[in-house]
Design a protein around this ligand. Sequence first.
Ligand SMILES: Cc1cc2nc3c(=O)[nH]c(=O)nc-3n(C[C@H](O)[C@H](O)[C@H](O)COP(=O)(O)O)c2cc1C
Length: 404
Amino acid sequence: MAQRVERRKIVLGITGSIAAYKSAELARLFVSRGYPVKVAMTEAAREFISALTLEAITGNPVSTDFWSESAASGIGHIELADWADAVVVAPASADFIAKYRAGFAENQLLALLLATRAPVILAPAMNVNMYEHQRTQENLRELKERGVQIVDPEEGVLACGWNGRGRMASPWEVFYNVRRGLSEQDYAGKKVLITTGPTREAIDPVRFISNRSSGKMGVALAREAFRRGADVTLIHGQVPVKVPSAVRCLEVTSAEDMYQQVMRETYESELQPDIVIMAAAVADYRPKDVSHSKIKKLDESLSLALVRNKDILKELGARRADNPRPVLVGFAVETGEIDELIEEAREKLQRKNADMIVGNFAADAFDLDTNRVWLVDKHGKQSEVATTFKSRVANKILDRIRKL
Ligand SMILES: Cc1cc2nc3c(=O)[nH]c(=O)nc-3n(C[C@H](O)[C@H](O)[C@H](O)COP(=O)(O)O)c2cc1C
């Protein structure tokens, strides 16, 4: 299936907050990824960051004056409103949020928000008491109900010296939410559980057996599923995972922890996933005995007895039996030839009662930003995704899951 074409033209609105310095980084993030950006600033915003900085970053003139001649002759709010595929206001001040909710159009940014048909994303930034004020909360609630996407502020030390929620979300976080705003929401309402990363099987208090999985494939799946509207939970081993904060992350250590967490999320939590994608590199074996103290260097050789871990995908497949839900997708990693990989994927599909197996080679996948995979599904369909970024591979996998 062809890669979905993302609409990309961004109007970045900036209002009067100390967090306006982050808007420059946000603009850079968009521009560096090939998104055309035009900036509209309120008068107060210009007290915090210069239009010149944003003109230099975006390569486009910055709209500041509602009443200027250039505005009247075409660079005005209506043209910007029509041009935009998405309008993001970051930072959004308390004052601006209140006026936007009420439908004011006293400056260019407010007017263009009334005029646009594009999705609107707001990243509030303010003192914690201003943020928690009943009026601000009511304003945000109503805007949310009207379909405006709110990127919640973070907790931490604020510029005003207070500690609490009110700090504007990071530019990366805002960027991902805008990407979601721009994308077809074909996973809206779908609950997706993804596992990723390696497990660690303890030998003693300081040593463990693990593998080279970086978790990047599962992270890419989580980001892309979020972008396409899914409600995502990511159960991951001890690797760094950078995902939008709306993705629920649960960290685990051993294969047994992973098993327990997956079972809890699948059968006991409110989540009840529609789709489970097992991309984690779960250890097949663990040391039979775990030493409670550090094993000393005494003998010339040391043998470790290993025992089998539980097979999570197999257990999910067995419990589901003939039920179509949840959709089960597994990964198979091999080091041999393509024929062997496909054969292993087919065999795994049957043995585990899964809907699709994603086969890949360790050398193509581990710790890389790219991957090359083969998708083998229960209908007997088989296709290759040639080497490309893991985000693209993730989208191909999600496309295929939609067709299962
Ligand atoms: C130093 C300073 C920092 C400010 N920081 C914020 C802020 O972070 N969030 C906010 O909502 N208002 C903040 N304000 C108040 C807004 O700038 C003020 O309400 C202004 O009218 C907002 O105008 P605008 O919404 O048109 O941009 C700050 C004011 C000053 C003087």
